[in-house]
Design a protein around this ligand. Structure first.
Ligand code: BV8
Length: 231
């Protein structure tokens, strides 16, 4: 592969074979739980106990999960491109840390990280592995009740948008892996790449909502399609 700068966008599908549920598939997280009651700032204000229970459960699940061959292949791709003077920009919508645990060094979490907590009083964000509750105090400012998972809820501003736009502009190839193309702004990046004249590739189990935006598509489980793409 003589491509130098690759932009990879990953979604829940890449972690599905690690045992973490996707969101919009049949049986997915949002078919069992209402996102508006769990993943918005309004939901947290209305029922922080419910929201903490949901994210405590998902944090424990994420810590138990192990990276799969798709995560490992992207870590190899990052190292291979770096050796050849190129760069992998790995932008994940996932809030788990499976890319990092597979060996990826630079991971941009557009929707934040489950294993970080942020204080709504002082704004400090720090690594966090314990359950959160309304009784948790901020280790930095001491305020109680305002600690929340440092993830991006619906209606909140996604993270690292400037770095992501810069990386898209200099990419030679855009690859989306295991994402349904339903949540913006990430769902719009394939169309943006196409406008910039960047080749686009989708690796997904089934055709995504924005499938028409991709020049090429490979359907199948990420644990097979991603290692095959990287080889
Ligand atoms: C914002 C984090 C302003 C925490 C999540 C109407 C039109 C357009 C936009 C909007 C609109 N109304 C509202 C909006 C904006 C809204 C939005 O997009 N809503 C949608 C639903 C319409 N977006 C926002 O609010 C965002 N903020 O817009 O700010 C702004 C922005 C930019 C510039 C200026 C202003 C913030 C959104 C943050 C949402 N956060 N969660 C948590 O996890 O609890 S959402 C959630 O969806 C996930 O966390 C994930 O990050 C995200 C994307 O889901 P996917 O990863 O794609 O997962 P999904 O289950 O859908 O798909 C899985 C895919 O994998 C499937 O295709 C399946 O086939 C495939 N698959 C399954 N198994 C495998 C596989 N593929 C390969 N191998 C397998 N084994």
């Amino acid at each position: 592969m003589d491509i130098q700068n690759i932009f990879v966008l990953t979604g829940a599908g890449i972690s599905a074979e690690s045992g973490l549920g996707t969101f919009r598939d049949r049986g997915g997280v949002w078919s069992r739980f209402d996102p508006m009651k769990l993943a918005t700032p309004e939901a947290f204000a209305a029922d922080p106990v419910l929201v903490h229970d949901f994210y405590n459960m998902r944090r424990r699940d994420a810590m138990k999960a192990e990276p799969n061959p798709a995560h490992a292949a992207l870590a190899r791709l990052e190292a291979d491109l770096a050796k050849r003077g190129g760069e992998l920009f790995l932008c994940t919508q996932n809030v788990d840390d499976l890319h990092e645990r597979a060996g990826s060094r630079a991971v941009t979490h557009i929707h934040g990280e489950l294993l970080r907590a942020r204080c709504t009083a002082c704004g400090e964000s720090r690594p966090w592995r314990e359950d959160l509750s309304v009784a948790t105090s901020c280790p930095h400012c001491g305020a109680t009740g305002g600690m929340r998972p440092d993830v991006v809820w619906f209606g909140e501003m996604p993270k690292h948008l400037v770095a992501i736009e810069d990386a898209l502009l200099k990419a030679d190839l855009f690859v989306a892996i295991g994402t349904s193309g339903a949540v913006y702004p990430a769902a719009g990046y394939a169309a943006q790449a196409r406008e910039f004249g960047i080749p686009t590739l989708a690796l997904n189990l089934e055709a995504a909502d924005n499938a028409g935006m991709f020049a090429r598509t490979r359907l199948g489980p990420a644990s097979e399609t991603v290692p095959a793409f990287v080889a």
